[in-house]
Design a protein around this ligand. Structure first.
Ligand code: ZN
Length: 510
């Protein structure tokens, strides 16, 4: 009996995941190749398929089968099946706890709030958006109440669980607080240094066609399997997985921004390599074949973008290739200039245009403010003032209007509270994983300088990708790096690189 109930459960979940995969394909097509007038029907089709996937996953039969498997000693005694079952139970409980009326209200509010946000941002008038912000917060609180706070936790934790399972707001605050305290003086010192490098020498015109060819070639060098994925162009770069052996990424190009495209390609390739490394052939539709939360997913993109792509060794390898591919415009550029250019730090009001260091000031302030709003410590009406004050303190910038202030990001309008911190978690995990990787592959710099990326990829495959959702992120981190999540590795990485580049002589922090 035991084998039969487990096998039936796996079959139902695989079917649900196949419907989700079809919905993903429709979404991918919409972002890359769909003609503009097809939008209305596409929304209908996506809605229908997603609802079908949700119904399949929450079918009462799934609940019965989970209970039957849990009662079976043979299944709970097998570590892999038990890990699958634990995560299947978690997903199922969360999905069935939301009443259908609430799901419908959330879905309708999301699209109307998104429209309101677009108009309010255009007019730079937060007052226009405020009623929707209040509604989104109220809905998120209701959602969190349905899910329930973890023991000793609060409603924000219940929301965070959607994006970063097993992590609480208090844990994040205990890492983000010291990160902010260490980052703010570093950013101040960098801004005050007259020796900063510049990106300007690399703002040269390169035909988009040449850039695309270069990025495609780069993707293959990094280890992306082009027989199991492809790269296209979209306005907002993204990566998505459509099932076993089908991973899609996009990049975007401008004539004088080839360095931006290069960074984007490295970032999205990092996401894609993770997806390609998950054991999906064996576990499609099951937790063991799925990524472990957004933090670990983002750690993979940031590791390739920042620890590989912004290293001096990678610059050594890539510059001659860029010169060969892009011709005269880059002929006199040096490795030092390229290394400086990709590591320029310049506080920016806009999160998505920020550099590797100041980026986290943006995230920590969003985390603090969204958590305060969900926990009722900050009224949504007071958000702009609180935002502007933080930007002044942490980035040294004055916010001229809400369009480039608290209304710049789409997340809150779409009801996503608990999403932002995963970006910084990604960088924290990346830095911690990179230190462990360097210990295991001591000659990694020499390898990168020769364009040998397989040692990095193999290490990630074995230590991160192969495990799917077997362990929560913090547990995975402890197993792989030997320590709990900390701000220290990221600060060591940033200070070790930026202090010499900016010729800051102040002794490093203890
Ligand atoms: Zn990413």
């Amino acid at each position: 009996m035991s084998r039969a109930c487990y096998a039936e459960l796996l079959k139902l979940l695989r079917e649900a995941a196949t419907f989700s995969s079809v919905a993903e394909l429709l979404a991918w097509d919409q972002e890359t190749t769909m003609p503009p007038r097809a939008g209305a029907f596409r929304a209908e089709a996506k809605g229908l398929i997603s609802a079908t996937a949700h119904r399949r996953a929450t079918d009462p039969r799934v609940g019965e089968l989970i209970a039957a498997c849990e009662a079976d000693a043979e299944i709970s005694g097998d570590p892999l099946a038990a890990a699958n079952l634990r995560e299947i139970r978690r997903d199922h409980d969360r999905a069935v706890r939301l009443p259908v009326e609430l799901i419908a209200e959330i879905s309708e509010t999301d699209s109307r709030a998104l429209e309101a946000w677009r108009a309010a941002r255009e007019a730079s008038d937060y007052a226009l958006f405020l009623p929707w912000m209040e509604k989104q917060i109220a809905l998120n609180r209701r959602k969190a109440e349905c899910w329930g706070a973890p023991e000793g936790g609060d409603l924000y934790d219940a929301l965070l669980e959607d994006f970063e399972p097993g992590t609480t707001g208090a844990e994040l605050a205990s890492v983000f607080g010291p990160l902010r305290a260490a980052l703010t003086p570093l950013v101040e010192a960098l801004a005050a240094s007259p020796h900063g490098p510049s990106r300007e020498p690399f703002r040269v015109a390169v035909p988009v066609g040449k850039q695309k060819r270069f990025n495609r070639e780069l993707l293959r060098h990094l280890g992306f399997d082009t027989r199991a994925g492809r790269m296209d162009v979209s306005t907002h770069p993204f990566s998505t997985s459509l099932g076993p052996a089908d991973t899609r990424i996009t990049s975007r190009y401008t004539r004088d921004g080839f360095l931006d495209s290069l960074g984007t390609t490295l970032h999205e390739t990092g996401h894609a390599l993770y997806e390609q490394g998950l054991p999906k052939e064996e576990h499609f539709g099951l937790p063991l074949g799925q990524p472990m939360g957004l933090g670990i997913h983002e750690s993979q993109s940031r590791l390739w973008e920042n620890h590989v792509g912004r290293s001096r060794a990678f610059c050594e390898w890539v510059l001659p290739r860029l010169q060969r591919a892009f011709g005269s415009a880059l002929r006199s550029r040096t490795v030092d200039e390229l290394y400086g250019a990709v590591n320029e730090v310049r506080p920016n009001l806009i999160r998505v245009e920020s550099d590797e260091a100041t980026y986290h000031a943006h995230i920590v302030l969003r985390f603090d403010l969204e958590r305060a709003m969900i926990l009722d410590h900050l009224r949504p009406a007071d958000l702009p003032a609180a935002w502007n004050e933080r930007v002044r303190r942490d980035l040294g910038l004055d916010v001229p209007n809400d369009r480039v202030g608290c209304m710049q990001d789409v997340h809150w309008s779409m009801g996503a509270f608990g999403y932002f911190p995963t970006y910084t978690l990604g960088s924290l995990y990346a830095a911690q994983l990179w230190e462990a990787l360097r210990g295991a592959v001591p000659d990694v710099d020499a390898r990168l300088a020769r364009g040998e990326f397989d040692a990095v990829l193999d290490w990630l495959r074995e230590n991160v990708h192969a495990h799917g959702r077997r362990w929560p992120a913090r547990e995975l981190c402890r197993r792989v790096t030997g320590g709990a999540l900390s701000h220290e590795p990221l600060m060591r990485h940033l200070e070790g690189k930026l202090r010499p580049l900016y010729r800051i002589d102040v002794p490093a922090r203890k």
